[in-house]
Design a protein around this ligand. Sequence first.
Ligand SMILES: *Cc1c(COP(=O)(O)O)cnc(C)c1O
Length: 453
Amino acid sequence: MDRHKYILDEKDMPTQWYNIQADLPEPLPPLRHPVTKEPTILPPPLFCDELNKQEFSTERWIDIPEEVQDVYKTWRPTTLHRAHRLEKLLDTPAKIFYKYEGTSQAGSHKPNTAVAQAYYNKQAGVKRIATETGAGQWGSAMAMGCMFFGLELKVYMVKVSYQQKPYRRILMETWGAQCVPSPSTDTQFGNKILAEDPESPGSLGMAISEAVEDAATHDDTRYALGSVLNHVLLHQTVNGLETKKLMEQADIYPDIIVGCIGGGSNAAGMFLPFVKDKIAGTKPDLRIICVEPASCPTVTKGLYAWDYGDVAGMAPIALMYTLGHSFVPPPVHAGGLRYHGMAPIVCHLHKLGFIEATAVGQLGTFEAGVTFARTEGIISAPETNHAIRVTIDEALKCKATGESKNILLAHSGHGHFDMSAYELYLSGKLEDYDYPEEKVKEALKDLPEVPAA
Ligand SMILES: *Cc1c(COP(=O)(O)O)cnc(C)c1O
């Protein structure tokens, strides 16, 4: 039988991240300032210089600082697995590979950028970071990153999640971070919301506004974002580079790459080093499939338009697929996929025809996640289940056609703190949400007008 897993030697780990901006056939459209609408950088009071430099760099390879490599090595390289048992159950001639990012201390791919962001802020003399978190995956990754580099961290956690999902908060506190429910009494914005509605359950948009205000009003504090931005996708390429090297060593090349997209960072981290070959024309048949929830279908149903990155309209404006910055997605359990926009790099590559997107319903994703758990053993994050759904569907298509394709799944993390969602599924109580067409139509009326550059 073929191998079960492929493990990179520590000495072969990537020492540089791959920057797709060097190889784009057309450059990314510049960000615009939320007020002046003129081309802009990331607001300097919120982001340190090095991260701003990386955001706009067109250098192909960017060195991973040794201190960051050193922390990466506490869990990286991660393992590439062959899903023999899943293939057998599906009775497919396809070969299914998955790279598992759930072995990081925080349980997902997010520490790949959290560690790097903590390092650059520490280098810049920053003492403290403020950030937001929905269900807690980003907050816990950042808490881990800040712990490694001795930075203070304050996390504004959406109040419903703070109350309903205490375990990720306790992770953050154990790593030494401070976590408060948002809206909080610690910011002007939070106090304003609480004055209007003391029972407000909070939202990711409100939490972002609180964290941004915190960073803007403390000299020693900067802000950190866990997805969407170019520098975040850059840091995530460590995973795709490891995978590419492992596959090269085994003389395998994927026919199909599948990943879930919320802001786009884990999928892009995997596919960017491969899309390079497609852009160069050496792998014209490679298919890259990005999977989103049917209830928040940013790429498959959104407009390609200029929109704010945040709900309050304070963040820079990007050209991207969007459902409208005021759109509040239905409460699917894949909290990490509930974002109105999408990484500009992912949108640009989709627009240029290098990658595809598809949307799937919640019930089908949990069915796929349980199938994965009952074959490969891993209990996956609800976000990851979206990618597993499409991986299984593609493997079944291979069964129908008899083709033995190599399918590579970007497995973004475990679901050990999502047991209540699995319980709902197992007891038949999990719901599917339709695409909220009317709400999207409303939200798309609020797009900013941006003059040509
Ligand atoms: C946050 C998260 C996602 C979605 O974020 P991307 O930036 O699109 O990768 C996906 N999977 C897991 C496990 C997450 O924690």
